[in-house]
Design a protein around this ligand. Sequence first.
Ligand SMILES: Nc1nc2c(c(=O)[nH]1)N[C@H]1C(S)=C(S)[C@@H](COP(=O)(O)O)O[C@H]1N2
Ligand SMILES: [Mo]
Length: 525
Amino acid sequence: MGSVSNFRKSFARGALGAVSGLLAGYTALAVAELVASLVRPQAGPVTVVGGAAIDRTPAALKDFAIRTFGESDKLVLQLGILATLGLLGIVLGIVSLRYRRAGAAGVLLFGVIGAAAALTRPDSGGVADVLPSMAGAAAGALILYFLAGKLSSGAVPETGSDGWSRRSFVVAASITAVAATGVGAVGRTLTGRRGQGAVASRTAVELPAPASPAQPLPRGVQLKAEGISSFTTPNRDFYRVDTALVVPKVDADTWRLRIRGKGVTRPRTYTFQELLERPLIERDITLTCVSNEVGGPYIGHARWLGVRLADLLQECGVKPPSRGGKADQLVARSVDGMTLGSPVEDVMDGRDAILAVGMNGEPLPFDHGFPVRMLVPGLYGYVSACKWIEEIELTTFDSYDPYWVKRKWARKAPIKTQARIDTPKPFARPTGELVTVAGVAWAQHRGIQRVEVRIDDGPWQDADLATQASIDTWRQWSYPWKTTPGGHTLTVRATDGTGVVQTEERTRTIPDGASGWHSVFVTPG
Ligand SMILES: Nc1nc2c(c(=O)[nH]1)N[C@H]1C(S)=C(S)[C@@H](COP(=O)(O)O)O[C@H]1N2
Ligand SMILES: [Mo]
């Protein structure tokens, strides 16, 4: 009987140790959140450790994460970090029952890891960035030392002679929990306030009318087929792919764009206002992510407003390589330290490469790069579409590898010809003798001239094409299918504006985009 009650006692004590560890971790994060709100919100420990993890994620794992969790991948990562910290907290809490100092030292060690991650972020704000992790860890270590003390002074969770001590632990733990929650809430509020200048600067933007407006969209660009993507993607539905755990909130009033580097004879800095005062162009451009699987969702279409990038470059003295320019790579850098490299030749060959300030009639949403982002029709986002841009550096492909290239993605990546079946959905059971098969096809800057559909192993049949808005946009298609009962595989392929038929060869997204035909299996009945 004695041994059973001893076991119970030590189990209960262990549980309270675990609670101490969790509370220490919670306090550490809350204090870190508060300090980060004062120093730099992006320097918070979960953000810097998460950012470091994203940067070190092998391409294959990143691809898996995008496939499996889609745009929730960052949430999953953050929850993973929190779960890991929770587990570590529990272990340290139990250790501290025996070795108080070791437990506290363990908490401090994690502070050092957080501080190291903060210092090595590409957008690091300098040594001050270690403060959130260090202050949080110090607070966490103190709390653990203190709570473990309550437990080691013979306080066991049982009523009777030790009841006072147990009560004292519960009181101390409750106060800690409430105080930490308060501290964290203050931190979050302050962080929210910090972004208010940026929010106000966005609200104040009045987009000027374009000097070169886009043609009104021909009515025929949008087919009526139920379930087909809308030709223009509303901003709130537009896919989002980036490495930012905290979306940068940039104040347009203090924002600057710097253009410098090889062959830049007149380096310059532009303010947001200066860009708005230039003649603006308005263009329809479909954006696609290299991580889009065949049939995948990472494509969207918008009407963009902005400055023609080639004009700015010319103003700074830049020449494309074909006219003797020294730089063949344009590296765009964002406020969060991202780098993307595009061929200077493509940017200056007459296509509508743009520094966009507007998206579908409003200033860029923060998620999509406010105040200014870059777009180059025909190139995947990772080699062209820098959001929150703040610098353009002219350099060469030989001398500099931007972020994704360092991670094994291709240096150059024109968008591959693709077609997607939007309706019917995979494994659908459509009814009726006539089913409309419909979707989108894209080959930006080459255009789409033909889309064909095949039922099972039958012959390729021409689909009906919607009007093409421009060669830089996707194009809708539909095919009236006379169904027969039973399961069928529908396959689609496109031919680009240069006459090249989309390849059947299936490749992965790495290193330069997925290829292959999209097909769906459906059972009419
Ligand atoms: N600063 C920054 N810009 C970025 C990225 C990023 O991670 N950081 N991702 C790029 C990638 S991979 C793509 S596909 C596009 C996506 O733009 P969207 O999120 O507006 O759709 O942004 C590009 N620009
Ligand atoms: Mo991308």
